[in-house]
Design a protein around this ligand. Structure first.
Ligand code: BG6
Length: 474
C-alpha cells in the first residue's frame, strides 16, 4: 500500500458516477489493502447535506454496486463510512467555504508521525458534468486547493475543440500538467492493458499487427442499458460524445499505436498520441451513422423533439504506414440487443489453396468484466474429408494465476495515488481526437436514424462493416 496519507475529495458525491463507479472502486482498493493506512474520503457537492447523509449515500452505493456478497458489501461500507465526511463545494467568487476548512482540518488529522500536513496528498476527483469542470477548477485555484493536489477529470474533457481548449487553458492556469489526471476508464480495463502485452511481448501477434495481415478492426460496445437514470446528462451529451470521441477513440489508439520505447508514461502516452494524430477527420457522408432508439423522446427528462444520438457507428481511417486502408469500425449504442465490449482484428486469409472456405480468422479481446482473449483460426474439420472450419480458443484473463483483476476505476484511482500517468489522456492526444471528431459537431451532422430497442441499431450501419459485416450482431 502507498504510504503517503491521502484525502480523496469526491466532487459530485451524490451523483450517478460517484455511486456507480468511484465509491465501489475505493471500496475495492480498501478491501485489497491498496490504500494508505491513513486516508479520508471527503464528499462534496452543491447540496447542503451533512456527513451522515453522505455516509448513507456511500452505504447505498455499495449495497447496489459494491461486492455481490452481502457481508462483504457491509464490511466495505463500514470501512468507508468510518473515514467519510462531507463539506459543501467551493464556489468561484465566494469567500473560502466549508470545503477549504474541511481539507485543512483533515490535513492536520492525517499528518501524524513523520508527516506534516503538507505531505498529505489531496486528490480532487471531479465526478461532475463536464460543463462544470471550468468553474470548479477556477474555484479550486482561487481557494488554494490545488497546492499539493492531484485533480482527476472525468471524460468527456471538453465537449468540442473550443471548449476543450478553454478548459485546458483554465486547467493549466492553476495546475501543472503532472497534477492533472484525465480519466478514460476504458484505458484502465484489464483487457485494454493486455493489448500492449499481447502485442509487444508475443511475436505471434506483434508480427501480424498491421495492414498486411489485418483486414479490419472492430471496436464494438453495444449496450442493453437505458439512460433513464441520467436523462439530463445524456440528452446533452449523446452516444458520440459520451463514447466515441472518448472510449472508442482511445481504444482505437491503443490498438493502433507503434511500439513505444518503454512502458512508462513518458513513452506510452506519446505513442498513443502519435496514433491519434493520424486519425482522419470523420467523413460524415460515407463513414458515420447516428441512431436514436424508438421511445427515447418519451423518457422523463428528455426534451421533446430531441435529436440526441443514442447510437453511433463510424468507420475511422488511420493515415499511417501501418494502417493505411484498414477500416477501424467503431460502434456503440444504448438499448441494443446485447451488452458486449469487443475489440476484434479481422485477419486476412490466404484463399489460394483452399478457396473461400478459409476463415474468418480473428484475434479478439473482450474488454468487459475481467477480460478475455479469443483466437479464431481455420482448422480441419474432424473426419475423413479435408474440409475446413473455424475454431475459437478462449483465455479468460482472470484464469492467469496468480493474480486478481482490478476493476478499471480501482486500477486508475490507484494509479492516481501512486502518480502513474501512463493510462491517462493528454492534451495533445485529446486535441487530435477533437480534430478528428469535429465534423460531427458541425452543420453536416446527420440526423439520427430510428431503431427498435433491443435491436442492433439502424440497418444503415450494417453497410459500414461490409463485406464481412459486424462480428457481433444479426
Ligand atoms: C461511461 C459512459 O463512461 O461508460 C456510459 O458514460 C457507458 O454511457 C459506460 O455505459 C460503460 O462503462 P463500463 O463500465 O460498462 O465499461
Amino acid at each position: 500500500a502507498p504510504e503517503r496519507p491521502v484525502i480523496f475529495v469526491l466532487h459530485g458525491a451524490r451523483g450517478d458516477l460517484a455511486k456507480r463507479m468511484v465509491i465501489p472502486g475505493l471500496a475495492e482498493l480498501s478491501a485489497r489493502g491498496l490504500l494508505p493506512e491513513r486516508w479520508a474520503l471527503l464528499g462534496t457537492g452543491r447540496a447542503a447535506i451533512d456527513s451522515a447523509d453522505f455516509a448513507q449515500i456511500v452505504r447505498s452505493s455499495l449495497e447496489t454496486f459494491g461486492p455481490a456478497d452481502k457481508a462483504a458489501a457491509t464490511q466495505a461500507a463500514d470501512a468507508l463510512t468510518a473515514r467519510a465526511s462531507y463539506a459543501q463545494e467551493v464556489v468561484e467568487g465566494e469567500p473560502d467555504g466549508a470545503l477549504t476548512g474541511a481539507v485543512a482540518a483533515l490535513r492536520h488529522t492525517l499528518a501524524t508521525g513523520d508527516n506534516t500536513p503538507d505531505d498529505v496528498l489531496v486528490i480532487h476527483y471531479l465526478a461532475v458534468p463536464p460543463t462544470t469542470f471550468v468553474s470548479i477548477t477556477r474555484a479550486l485555484g482561487e481557494h488554494g486547493l490545488t497546492k499539493g493536489s492531484r485533480v482527476v477529470y472525468e471524460k468527456p474533457y471538453g465537449t468540442s475543440p473550443d471548449s476543450f481548449r478553454e478548459l485546458d487553458d483554465v486547467v493549466h492556469g492553476v495546475l501543472k500538467e503532472e497534477q492533472v489526471f484525465r480519466i478514460d476508464h476504458f484505458l484502465g480495463k484489464e483487457a485494454t492493458q493486455n493489448l500492449h502485452v499481447l502485442r509487444f511481448a508475443n511475436e505471434l501477434f506483434g508480427g501480424v499487427w498491421n495492414r498486411e495481415h489485418v483486414e479490419q478492426v472492430q471496436i464494438d460496445v453495444p449496450e442493453t442499458l437505458d439512460i433513464t437514470d441520467r436523462a439530463e446528462f445524456y440528452d446533452a451529451t449523446g452516444a458520440a460524445l459520451d463514447m466515441l470521441v472518448t472510449h472508442l477513440f482511445q481504444v482505437a489508439a491503443e490498438v493502433a499505436m507503434e511500439p513505444p520505447h518503454g512502458l512508462d508514461a513518458d513513452h506510452v502516452s506519446p505513442a498513443r498520441e502519435a496514433a491519434i494524430s493520424c486519425f482522419r477527420p470523420l467523413d460524415l457522408a460515407h463513414d458515420v451513422v447516428l441512431g436514436q432508439f424508438d421511445g427515447y423522446q418519451a423518457v422523463a427528462g428528455i426534451a421533446d423533439g430531441s435529436t440526441t444520438d443514442t447510437f453511433v457507428a463510424a468507420r475511422l481511417w488511420i493515415d499511417n504506414d501501418r494502417w493505411r486502408g484498414v477500416p477501424f469500425l467503431l460502434r456503440t449504442g444504448k438499448r441494443m440487443a446485447v451488452s458486449a465490449q469487443r475489440v476484434t482484428l479481422v485477419l486476412r486469409t490466404p484463399k489460394e489453396l483452399f478457396g473461400e472456405e478459409v476463415g474468418p480468422d480473428r484475434i479478439s479481446l473482450s474488454l468487459s468484466g475481467d477480460g478475455a482473449i479469443e483466437i479464431t483460426t481455420t482448422v480441419k474439420r474432424p473426419g475423413p474429408d479435408l474440409t475446413l472450419g473455424t475454431g475459437t480458443a478462449r483465455l479468460a484473463l482472470d484464469d492467469v494465476a496468480p493474480g486478481e483483476p482490478l476493476s478499471p476505476y480501482a486500477s486508475l484511482v490507484h494509479d492516481v495515488i501512486i502518480g502513474d500517468r501512463s493510462l491517462f489522456t493528454t492534451p495533445a492526444g485529446l486535441r487530435d481526437a477533437w480534430r478528428a471528431f469535429a465534423p460531427l459537431l458541425g452543420p453536416d451532422r446527420p440526423q439520427p436514424l430510428p431503431y427498435r430497442p433491443g435491436s442492433w441499431g439502424p440497418a444503415e450501419a450494417r453497410a459500414l462493416a461490409a463485406p464481412g459485416g459486424w462480428v457481433l450482431g444479426d
